[in-house]
Write a protein that binds this ligand. Sequence first.
Ligand code: NAD
Length: 359
Amino acid sequence: MHKLPRRVAVVPGDGIGPEVVGESVSVLRTLNRIFSLDMEFVDFPWGAEHYLEFGETLPEDAVEMLNREFGAIFMGAMGDPRVPDMVHARDIVLGLRRKLDLYVNQRPIKLLDQRLTPLKDKGKDDIDFVILRENTEGSYVGCGGWFKKGSADEIAIEESINTRKGVERIIRYAFSMARQYGYEKVTMADKSNAIRFGHDLWYRVFQEIGEEYPDIEMQHLYIDVLTAELIRAPEQFQIIVTCNLFGDILADLSAQLMGGLGLAASANLNPGKVSLFEPVHGSAPKLAGRGLADPVAAILSGQLLLGHFGLAEYGAIIEEAVRDSLQQGITTPDLGGHSTTQDVGAFIRKRIEELADEK
Ligand SMILES: NC(=O)c1ccc[n+]([C@@H]2O[C@H](COP(=O)([O-])OP(=O)(O)OC[C@H]3O[C@@H](n4cnc5c(N)ncnc54)[C@H](O)[C@@H]3O)[C@@H](O)[C@H]2O)c1
């Protein structure tokens, strides 16, 4: 397999994107400098401002250029009230997912500080799992249309597309990830009792692929049961794999279990190829430019980026530094603290320097 270039395309985007990406890229630059990781960062201005000025969302040659020259894309968020139809966000966020075939949306859920979970009697050992969301198909393909739109007889049809190839590769990724990283169990959630065709395919493929991994325990749950179980007994989960729509919803619910959207990181992967890393949250326009945005979700997305480059041991240093910032109460107001976005970033970088000295 050809070696992935350690070049990162940085797309700060809209709203709080530039602030949180600024802190996260500084964290990555700190590690790059201390450990000579040979990473390079190149900025791209794509987002609402660029669209309003030049009428361009994603340049025509962007996908080819990213594939050719980069190993990763680091993105803030897209969404600006001045672009109400969100055309730039659709082209950039969904466009890249589709055109780069980023079929795995990986969202780690890990409680880093006991005080941050709203669940009574649950601790760090109870909330530690990964959600793998299928990222290119399902209900998000935009396949449908209206008939008699705007009338009392309106009909709206939205198809959910589930291909054998698409379902198989995300489920196979879940099992191979389990084996590679020592997880013992994979849970698959669908609604095959009611969504009879598409989710029957999910059910059958899960059974078939699971047979190839006799060392990994399989659990099948209907999505409604899974949402209840995530609150009642999250400690039973290690890897959860599900479709695009369910994964989207589960990830926000699960982010609350670890302290909220300000902490939730994500990777959009085409394993072994150029992949995209971003915080789960959006552009939070009301917080923009005020130093109120929590940079931790973006900083932990940087940890995932290092894992993609085969540098997980350095990613672990980021996690340790974030854990220390939470423990010492160096947090933004979403977590009850009084620190600014920039204070939190600076603390984490200082802590990384100290941890590096100790190693
Ligand atoms: N991947 C993406 O680019 C992406 C994802 C979700 C939403 N969006 C877009 O972002 C815009 C705002 O959407 P929304 O309000 O539904 O979701 P949002 O994630 O921006 O905000 C939801 C809530 O969480 C808070 N929040 C989010 N990130 C935070 C952070 N880092 N620190 C502290 N608080 C934080 C916000 O203040 C708000 O109360 C919309 O245009 C939406 O379409 C983009």
